[in-house]
Design a protein around this ligand. Structure first.
Ligand code: 2RA
Length: 338
């Protein structure tokens, strides 16, 4: 069977990646509709050799559609519930519904079965959460997890196309001695690190940091795991990197951890220090797996591990995960209630 798919926010960085991933994975697309705000309406986009014109999203855009992929942003709040009411399965990359008890929050390699519980909307977790929770689940299943300390090194693509442009502009200005004008980011991002993603909230953690805590608890169905995060914007275009320290319930060696991770779906282990082999953003960008290296036992704990985790923020961190959820919706036969 083929499915009628609508992408909302199609012209942005994540929306474009969603279109690319639907094509690459040969998703059974019958009809395709590309929507965005009025500002982007009229743009042309190519899919399987056919040119589509981006339309402005309206309530009628969802009539007769089977699956809606929302790239994120305000459109999700405005049109998500309305589309679900029309019987369209909504897979939403925005943060709006992620912690809603009625909305499954899904990483297909970690909690695929949750898709079956959906009542019209399924939420795509935050990119930094997805990238951490895939390898974390492998260790969680094998040795139990007491506590996680994570520091992230997040690419500018997390802030969308404007973030990507800002890195280029700031770098050029910094090198030419020109004036750097921060707009998407709080400060100059070229040759700098900014420990501030999203807004500051309780205990002076940012919303991005609380997302990693609360979303991981929901995905693992376990809020006994201690998690503390520091999220940082770095001058990298596409992949997020994360230093993940895990205190496990049961002791496992670095060798055992390497085997467990290598056998976990969606993970590729790149870990051979003597060959200078470890994951790096320039390597992982454009790929769909989560790459893990620098796998070491924590020298300061008797049951601890350090992992270095890198994955493409636009793909596994957003678009690919969303399309994989759509594939599960079809596999489980849980399309919208007409
Ligand atoms: C960021 N995780 O990196 C957020 C949204 N993609 O900016």
């Amino acid at each position: 069977a083929n499915y009628k798919v609508i992408i909302v926010g199609a012209s942005g960085a994540v929306g474009q990646e969603m279109l690319q991933v639907l094509d690459e994975r040969n998703f059974p697309v019958g009809d395709l509709k590309l929507c965005a705000t009025a500002r982007s309406a009229g743009k042309k986009m190519l899919f399987k050799g056919k040119t589509y014109t981006v339309e402005e999203t309206t309530p009628d855009s969802f009539d007769g559609m089977d699956i809606a992929l929302f790239a994120g942003g305000a459109a999700s709040t405005e049109f998500g519930p309305l589309a679900a009411e029309k019987g369209v399965v909504v897979i939403d990359n925005s943060s709006h519904f992620r912690l809603d008890p009625q909305v499954p929050l899904v990483v297909p390699e970690v909690n695929p079965e949750d898709v079956k519980e959906h009542k019209g909307i399924i939420a795509n977790p935050n990119c930094s959460t997805i990238i951490m929770v895939v390898p974390l689940k492998a260790i969680y299943d094998a040795a139990g997890v007491k506590r996680v300390v994570v520091s992230t090194y997040q690419a500018v693509s997390g802030a969308g196309a404007e973030g990507i442009t800002e890195l280029t502009n700031h770098t050029r200005a910094a090198l030419d001695g020109g004036q750097v004008v921060p707009s998407k980011f709080q400060y100059q991002i070229a040759f700098n690190l900014i420990p501030h993603i999203d807004v500051f909230q309780e205990m002076d953690y940012t919303k991005e940091e609380w997302k990693m805590v609360k979303e991981t608890h929901k995905i693992l169905h376990d809020d006994t795991v201690g998690i503390t995060a520091t999220t940082v914007r770095v001058p990298v275009y596409r992949s997020h990197s994360e230093s993940v320290n895990i205190e496990t319930e049961r002791k496992i060696t670095a060798k055992e951890a390497k085997e467990i991770l290598a056998n976990f779906p969606g993970v590729i282990v790149q870990d051979n220090p003597s060959n200078k082999e470890y994951p790096m953003p320039l390597y992982t960008s454009g790929k769909d797996e989560v790459f893990v290296g620098r796998i070491r036992e924590d020298n300061s704990l008797d049951k601890g591990l350090n992992l270095w985790v890198v994955a493409d923020q636009l793909r596994k961190g957003a678009a690919t995960n969303a399309v994989q959820i759509a594939e599960l919706v079809i596999k489980y036969g849980c399309l919208g209630k007409r």
